[in-house]
Write a protein that binds this ligand. Structure first.
Ligand code: FAD
Length: 549
């Protein structure tokens, strides 16, 4: 059997390597239009930033090593330019002209293209994307002399690039069109990343659109929608990617959303002998069922392996994706798994958010750092998605929750999860357990929740601050009264008089004291709800509300 793979990086090379492990007698040809195969594109920002100093470390294999170890026929600078599905041939542009290659099975792994917005001046040589080894080489050249840079787009790669350039001593501005950086993260959690960027001297412009890039002799001027022009020696465009489905489209294969390639549960396209893997593929989101391409390395690698299995009759069904992703931004980490709240709303799925800010390990053990965690639960208790930001322990919680979602766990399950604990590592009640317990309380009627987004100063409710009088004086939700949690039992008459039959909305700093008060008042028959995440979340989620003091 002859297998031809188009694209020689994550998905394509995983597929080729697995195919060889399954079939010693297969002929496996990998076509890669670039100079490099099997390179670590996820490592490129760290190479630009100087953390990875050995360029060769990024180049995991060469055609020679792949021939020696896996007996693969890897052809670089070979671009597939056309497919004839009926004849089972691929037209290939090579350094020596065009040739036609026949196949028994064809695997498309062309990845995604950087989306470059059509902005005047974007083709200036000082403007770059970061996607390939040559891109990283070009940036390395420029960063040596650069003093200032603008990064357009504050997604995962944009933020990694900001960190890399800052680490190289460059003054960086980031310009993001959405109203907050890292748009897949909820705005209240993005707040902590913004604070970290600002602390590290990065200038952050959110809700801002780049309108033009004006070339000057010694720099470019990046003009944004309010007319400001930011000088920069270097501009990095990181405005997302689109699936590179052109070959498939030309061959008449069925496409999915945003030009991705539609595949079945094994990775087979609409043609029996053509398969597709990685960034180019239309995935199906878990929980919402929404079809979307998802450009993540883990998915590409697993797709590649699974398609090789399917070609040799070992079909394993691909799973709906959670799009679990993580990014480091200087001293902070942000990670998410499962649909965002916006996606849940768009899909019409009822959910409630549990927000908490525990330490990443036991508070009494030195060095505990706050972990800002949101877990979204369905009204049946099922864990739907989660996001977290913090200095430590973010990856572990999101990975546990990603596993919980995949396993179909609910609040009871995660409240009972037995997670490794000793004081330097976690708490006897891990943040994941705590999220489950809060959800149990909410679902069981012990702790009705309200969310910061619901706050309306004109609402006919009593806002009750349960913190100390000193904390209250420093700043509180406008219109609140203050009864510290230790006094609530003695001041019930006063509270009832103030409420005058209205519902009571409690809050405290991060949730615990408000919880105690809510339990007391619930047992007194009051109509009461408790702010999920406390004032910590409120301040992050509602920058439009100025606290009263
Ligand atoms: P790619 O790895 O992009 O490979 C596609 C290859 O196909 C390319 O080399 C291209 O030249 C070749 N090709 C395209 N068309 C043709 C053609 N017609 N003929 C021949 N060859 C062709 N993901 C994460 O999960 N975590 C991370 O931390 C992370 N960091 C990243 C950082 C950067 C800077 C970048 C660029 C990506 C990062 N990603 C990360 C995303 C991840 O790298 C991709 O999801 C993954 O590489 C996709 O694999 P793929 O095989 O589908 O495509």
């Amino acid at each position: 059997m002859r297998i031809v793979v188009v694209g020689g990086v994550a998905g394509g090379m995983s597929c080729a390597a697995r195919a060889r492990r399954l079939a010693e007698d297969a002929e496996i040809i990998v076509l890669e239009r670039g100079e490099y195969v099997s390179y670590a594109n996820c490592g490129l920002p760290y190479y630009v930033g100087g953390e990875i100093t050995d360029r060769d470390a990024l180049l995991l294999h060469t055609p020679k090593t792949l021939a020696r170890i896996l007996d693969l026929d890897v052809r670089t600078e070979h671009e597939a330019i056309g497919i004839d599905p009926a004849a089972r041939t691929v037209q290939v542009r090579t350094p020596d002209g065009e040739e036609t290659i026949t196949y028994d099975e064809l695997v498309l792994a062309p990845g995604a293209k950087t989306f470059i917005p059509s902005i005047p001046g974007i083709d200036d040589p000082r403007v770059h994307a970061l996607r390939t080894v040559p891109d990283a080489d070009a940036l390395q050249e420029l960063v040596g002399d650069a003093r200032s840079a603008v990064v357009i787009g504050a997604g995962f790669i944009g933020l990694e690039t900001v960190e890399a350039l800052t680490n190289r001593g460059i003054a960086v501005r980031i310009v993001e069109l959405s109203d907050h950086i890292l748009p897949p993260l909820d705005a209240d959690l993005a707040h902590y990343l913004r604070a970290e960027l600002v602390n590290r001297g990065v200038e952050v412009h959110e809700g801002t659109e780049v309108k033009a890039i004006h070339p000057k002799d010694d720099c470019v001027l990046v003009e944004v929608d309010d007319g400001q022009r930011y000088p920069a020696d270097l501009v990095v465009v990181s405005t997302g990617v689109t699936p590179d489905g052109a070959l498939a489209a030309d061959a008449g294969l069925e496409l999915g959303v945003r030009g991705s390639i539609r595949v079945d549960s094994t990775g087979r396209t609409s043609d029996e002998h053509i398969w597709a893997v990685g960034d180019v593929v239309e995935q199906v989101f878990a929980v919402t069922g929404e079809p979307q391409p998802v450009p993540l390395a883990g998915l590409a690698n697993r797709d590649g392996r699974r398609v090789a299995d399917a070609i040799f009759g070992r079909a394993v069904e691909r799973r709906p994706v959670l799009s679990t992703a993580i990014v480091r931004v200087f001293g902070m980490t942000a990670a998410a798994t499962g649909p965002t709240q916006a996606h849940l709303k768009a899909a019409g799925i009822d959910y409630f958010a549990v927000k908490l800010h525990p330490g990443h390990h036991a508070g009494y053990y030195p060095g505990a750092r706050p972990l800002h965690l949101t877990v979204n639960f369905g009204t049946d208790g099922r864990v739907l998605s989660a996001q977290a930001v913090g200095a430590e322990g973010v990856d572990k919680r999101i990975d546990v929750l990603a596993t919980a979602i995949r396993a179909g766990m609910d609040a009871d399950d995660i409240a009972e999860l037995e997670l490794a604990y000793a004081p330097p590592f976690g708490s006897a009640k891990d943040p994941v357990n705590m999220a489950g317990m809060i959800a149990q309380n909410a679902l069981g009627g012990l702790l009705p929740l309200w969310q910061a987004e619901e706050y309306d100063p004109a609402a006919d409710v009593l806002w009750l601050d349960c913190r100390s009088t000193r904390e209250f004086a420093r700043g509180h939700v406008p219109g609140s009264i203050n009864i510290p949690h230790t006094q609530i039992r003695d001041r019930l008459d006063e509270l009832r008089e103030a409420a005058a039959g209205r519902p009571i909305k409690t809050y405290c700093a991060t949730g615990f004291r408000g919880y105690l008060v809510t339990r007391i008042l619930t047992q007194q028959g009051e109509d009461v709800a408790h702010l999920s995440g406390g004032l910590e979340t409120f301040v992050a989620a509602r920058p439009d509300v100025e606290l009263e003091s």
